[in-house]
Design a protein. Structure first.
Length: 77
């Protein structure tokens, strides 16, 4: 449902953007990816919000130091 985009600014940030598939979004939210980066869980949260009439974006805030950083929640990841 969502897509990778790049937020342009002084420092470009990769981001995950999910938009409502039909009609106008009733609102929008920016999702902080926390310490794990924009991983599969953060993407699914944004996609679920888009399914509920909200656009959602999760900027990859670690891109400034480690581009495309993401990790899972288990010790192996």
């Amino acid at each position: 449902m969502g897509q990778d985009i790049k937020l342009k600014g002084r420092t470009d940030l990769n981001s995950w953007l999910s938009r409502r598939s039909r009609g106008c979004a009733e609102g929008g939210i920016s999702r902080d990816p926390g310490d794990f980066g924009v991983n599969h869980h953060i993407r699914s949260v944004c996609d679920r919000l888009a399914g509920r009439a909200m656009s959602a974006i999760a900027p990859s805030i670690f891109d400034r130091t480690e581009p495309n950083f993401q990790t899972g929640y288990s010790p192996d990841e």
